[in-house]
Design a binder for this molecule. Structure first.
Ligand code: GLP
Length: 228
């Protein structure tokens, strides 16, 4: 695991954007795993206009169950707001789990299969939950987990309440699994701010435990952690 610490969120975001852009320049047909949350917004802002994204394929890590893509709190709306509307990506190459699918288990199987059909994830960016979650893989998730429906913890629902503005924050989500993430050729984890300090230190400690999902990344040979 490689570590890079930055004095500010802006510098972290610039560096993350550089990794994103360089990887696409090197492989214009790159398959990316993409996170949501507040942390990657600065990276997404800096990617715009820097390279052609026409031939890349993206898979988002997760989506809320029961929330349509039009709802501002959905991760689909987030991705269009912060990235997809501002780059020349082909909409057909963007993938986000459908949390409104009538058969959610079938949707999870379909999603996992489409990642495999695309040749697997080449470069995956991750955020970090305060409790160490990656994607929506909460503490206790088996490291061999695949795409599935999960219950969100109370603390995660509170941390993510912002965009639901009084609406009920979803209790469930679809997330790609830890095993799915670990199959990505390269992984870059972004974590910024005081609220992530404890989780960052726990990750740095080297402890490996299913009670701390991000610790699964210690088993991967190409992980870079960017902190500020
Ligand atoms: C959500 C997402 C995660 C993300 C986390 C951290 O729970 N499902 O993928 O890493 O938020 O978000 P933030 O960057 O806002 O702290």
């Amino acid at each position: 695991m490689k570590w890079r610490e930055f004095p500010s969120y802006d510098e972290l975001s610039s560096h993350a954007a550089r990794l994103f852009i360089d990887a696409i320049r090197e492989n214009p047909r790159l398959v990316l795993g993409l996170p949501t949350g507040r942390t990657p917004i600065g990276m997404y802002e800096r990617v715009v206009d820097e390279c052609s994204c026409r031939d890349i394929t993206t898979f988002n890590l997760d989506e809320y169950v029961g929330v349509s893509g039009e709802h501002p709190g959905s991760y689909c709306a987030y991705m269009w707001r912060h990235l997809f509307s501002h780059i020349d990506i082909n909409k057909a190459n963007t993938h986000i789990p459908d949390g409104t699918a009538p058969d959610l288990d079938a949707e999870c199987i379909r999603y996992e299969r489409s990642i495999a059909d695309a040749g697997g994830l080449g470069l995956t960016f991750l955020g970090l939950g305060q409790n160490g979650h990656i994607g929506f893989n909460e503490p206790g998730t088996p490291f061999d987990s695949r795409t599935r429906v999960v219950e969100l913890t109370h603390s995660t629902r509170i941390a993510n309440a912002g965009l639901f503005e009084g609406d009920h924050v979803p209790e469930r989500a679809i997330t790609i699994g830890i095993a799915t993430i670990l199959e990505s050729k390269r992984i870059v984890l972004l974590a910024s701010g005081e609220s992530k300090r404890d989780a960052i230190e726990r990750l740095r400690s080297g402890e490996v435990s299913e009670e701390f999902p991000a610790s699964a990344l210690h088993a991967h040979s190409d992980v870079t952690v960017l902190t500020s």
